[in-house]
Design a protein around this ligand. Structure first.
Ligand code: GLA
Length: 729
């Protein structure tokens, strides 16, 4: 690694340098122009442009700027990483703010630049810039990580003597003019991660999250792509704002030809007031380039898997009791469930909502994190925890630490701890309000209650829920909008509890999948993707949650035969094959399941245990076949020695059988044995249903499997067939 302080300038106005830095990692190049008198700008973000020598870098620096526009600004206009109006940029600016109406337009000049390059493994550029008139200092950090992801952030410091009101700080990256389409996600409760596509027309496509949480409708990764973009083809440039509060991501195509992606936190009116010497730091903004959507997803996955805090132990089979008992808690019944869970091979048993305070339904008790005397008193809670542990399972417990029912002891004793606009409680949402965690007393209270329970009962896992939007979310301490502070306080609370309880794992749940972002995953160990565990819906939700997260971070449960959210009915094999490609669990009243179902479920649990190390380290493969009626999902081991593919029929196709299906991602030179796998492989051979290789398997080169492909069994809608593909030794 070479670290180079290119310049330490004072005043900077006539600095003798003007340079280009080219970072490369994982098949991606990020080439930055570093002018001596303006903020850095991106010359290229995309496919690897090769190793450029000093002469080529000089050439790029010399010719970095576009020609002048007719009837335009009399110098070249280029949008920097923080686009500024003072430089001739008439699109959305990176910074918005003022000092009582003054200092509203900035012109930052760099005073120090630090470049750290790791040969072929990325690197970083840090730029400090000042605006002496606005009295602001900006610290920009731009890194290309080994995964090929770029990570950008900024910090702004008020060096003046008056208050600076910050209205927004967002960072920008350009995409090439061939990026003609936009792709992002939408959704709602129980139907998260719905893809949407549009043309990248002139103007702004703005996605705002104003829920005070990441949101079920979050854009997740706002992506610009070439018109042929799909899982395995085309080019994609995507931006993800790693923040669990309000945020905005936008794609802007200027009349002058530039196409930009911008992202940052969404600040409420007056939310950030920087006093003299005070600063604000943006969330991390991640930028992913990929040759196809699978390539983008794989970059996020490899970035996450390389983190020191990524789960390193096998992901245990979970039993969550929510859809089995809801609020109907009873020791005997829950121990029966624990018995059934143990018999099918469950490794972690999670007691959901309803165990604390007066919480017998969702109208009261939230915020009182003490064992409910009437239901769980007299040693009954201890008996459940011990019973679960004696059956060889970990014990997990549900909390919703940021929330409070007005009908609770906590709200009665500390009404000033509820986020609100002074004199008016926010509109009710699932009968609950939000606890102001930026209040030191509230923070310490919740931390104490949770830590003492975790320690007393040896709790292994917390399902950390967050079930309402933050509306009218003002702090009674400051009188100001409080979403920013609340979000940071939540991260601090998660960290404090994890530090106090080593080994504790935490799930991020928010009415299902409304808090799925990369920052919450710096403080938690998995997400709950959706409250909808209808397998058909889950295929879709997991397919697109995977655009950001690898399967080991995504809770995925087998539900009852008739899905509670949609009333649709599915076979157990389909429900289990769907849950397989995640962190597998069960959320089903097993005491009501038939002996045949229990036996079959146990087979699936065994199968998950046998393949989880492959699925949880593999490279993702997704394809949409037969006009969207047939989906391929696969996981290929990093050395390409083994792969597992799932083929799922979504709808009956207008023609059938499907032609040959190709299996991408394999080593073209290796020989592989392909067999039908999983408990569903026991169907007797039937020539009207199964291809001839079904009985014995087949051996073919990776090149033949990925180019020629195989005939597949006839499938009914909402069924999955699994193909195990293993390289011959
Ligand atoms: C939310 C969660 C569910 C369940 C309930 C409990 O809706 O997403 O999984 O925990 O809360 O009230």
């Amino acid at each position: 690694m070479t670290t180079q302080v290119i310049s330490e300038l004072s005043g900077a106005v006539d600095a003798p340098w003007d340079s280009v830095v080219a970072l490369r990692a994982g098949g991606v190049s990020l080439i930055l122009g570093l002018p001596d008198d303006a903020l850095p700008f991106v010359i290229h973000w995309g496919a690897d442009a090769g190793a450029l020598d000093a002469k080529e870098l000089r050439e790029l620096a010399t010719h970095a700027l576009p020609p002048l526009a007719t009837n335009g600004v009399d110098s070249s206009v280029v949008a920097s990483v923080l686009p500024e109006n003072s430089r001739g940029w008439t699109g959305t600016t990176g910074l918005a703010g003022h000092r009582s109406g003054k200092a509203w337009s900035t012109r930052f000049v760099p005073v120090a630049v630090e470049v750290a390059e790791q040969d072929g493994q990325g690197g970083s550029v840090a730029v400090r810039a000042i605006d002496v008139d606005a009295d602001l200092t900006l610290d920009l950090s731009i890194a290309l990580l080994p995964s090929g992801l770029a990570r950008l952030s900024a910090a702004l410091t008020n060096t003046g003597e008056s208050t600076y009101t910050l209205d927004g700080l967002q960072l920008a990256l350009p995409v090439p003019t061939r990026a003609d389409v936009l792709f992002d996600l939408a959704g709602r409760w129980g139907k998260e991660k719905v893809p949407q596509w549009r043309e990248f027309t002139v103007g702004t496509h703005l996605r705002e999250g104003r829920h005070g949480r990441t949101g079920a409708d979050a854009a997740t990764i706002l992506t610009a792509g070439t018109a042929d973009l799909d899982f395995g083809q085309g080019e994609a440039w995507g931006l993800h704002v790693a923040f669990s509060g309000n945020h905005r991501t936008l794609a802007e195509r200027a009349f002058s030809g530039e196409r930009l992606l911008l992202g940052g936190e969404l600040l409420l009116p007056g939310e950030i007031q920087l006093g003299p010497g005070e600063g604000y730091a943006t969330p991390d903004v991640f930028a992913a380039y990929g040759a196809g959507l699978d390539d983008v997803a794989a970059r996020f996955h490899s970035y996450l898997r390389a983190r020191p805090g990524h789960p390193r132990t096998v992901r245990p089979v979970v039993m969550n009791v929510w859809e089995a008992v809801y609020f109907d808690h009873d020791l005997t019944r829950l121990l029966e469930l624990a018995d059934a869970a143990q018999r099918v091979g469950v490794e972690r048993f999670v007691l959901d909502d309803g165990w604390f305070g007066s919480r017998r339904d969702d109208t009261s008790g939230l915020g009182d994190w003490i064992i409910a005397e009437d239901v769980w008193g007299g040693g009954r809670f201890r008996a459940l925890v011990d019973g679960v542990k004696q059956r060889g399972m970990q014990f997990g417990l549900w909390f919703e630490p940021e929330m409070v029912n007005v009908a609770s002891e906590l709200a009665a004793s500390h009404p000033e701890w509820l986020l609100q606009v002074p004199g008016r409680l926010p509109i009710e949402f699932r009968h609950q309000q939000v606890l102001d965690l930026s209040h030191p007393g509230a923070f310490a209270h919740v931390e104490r209650q949770i830590v003492s329970l975790v320690r007393e009962y040896g709790i292994d896992y917390i399902k950390w829920d967050h079930n309402r939007d933050l509306m009218d979310a003002g702090s009674t301490r400051t009188g100001r909008a409080g979403v920013h502070e609340q979000t940071l306080a939540t991260y601090r609370l998660l960290d404090a509890i994890r530090a106090a309880c080593p080994g504790l794992e935490i799930e991020s749940c928010s009415s299902g999948g409304a808090r799925v972002d990369l920052e919450i995953l710096n403080h938690t160990d998995r997400v709950w993707a959706s409250d909808c565990i209808d397998a058909r819906e889950r295929q879709q939700i997991q397919r697109w949650t995977a655009q950001l997260l690898p399967p080991e971070l995504v809770g995925s449960h087998v539900g009852a035969e008739r899905a509670h959210t949609t009333r649709r009915q599915f076979d157990l094999d389909f429900r289990a094959a769907t849950a397989l490609f995640g962190h597998f669990g069960i959320e089903w009243d097993l005491t009501a399941a038939s002996p045949e179902d229990l036996a079959r479920l146990a087979e699936w649990v065994d199968y998950y245990k046998a393949v989880r190390s492959l699925i949880h380290t593999g490279t993702i493969i997704r394809r949409t076949l037969e006009s969207g009626d047939l989906w391929l999902h696969g996981s290929v081991s990093p050395d390409r020695g083994r792969a597992l593919y799932a083929l799922t029929l979504r709808e009956r196709h207008v023609t059938w059988p499907a032609g040959r299906v190709q299996l991408p991602g394999l080593n073209p030179l290796a020989q592989y044995r392909v067999t039908v796998a999983g408990p569903g492989a026991d169907a007797p051979y039937d020539p009207r249903v199964h291809p001839s290789w079904y009985r014995t398997g087949t051996v073919l080169a990776g090149s033949a499997l990925s180019e020629v492909g195989l005939h597949i069994p006839a499938l009914d809608p909402d069924t999955t067939v699994l193909l195990d593909v293993e390289a011959l030794a």
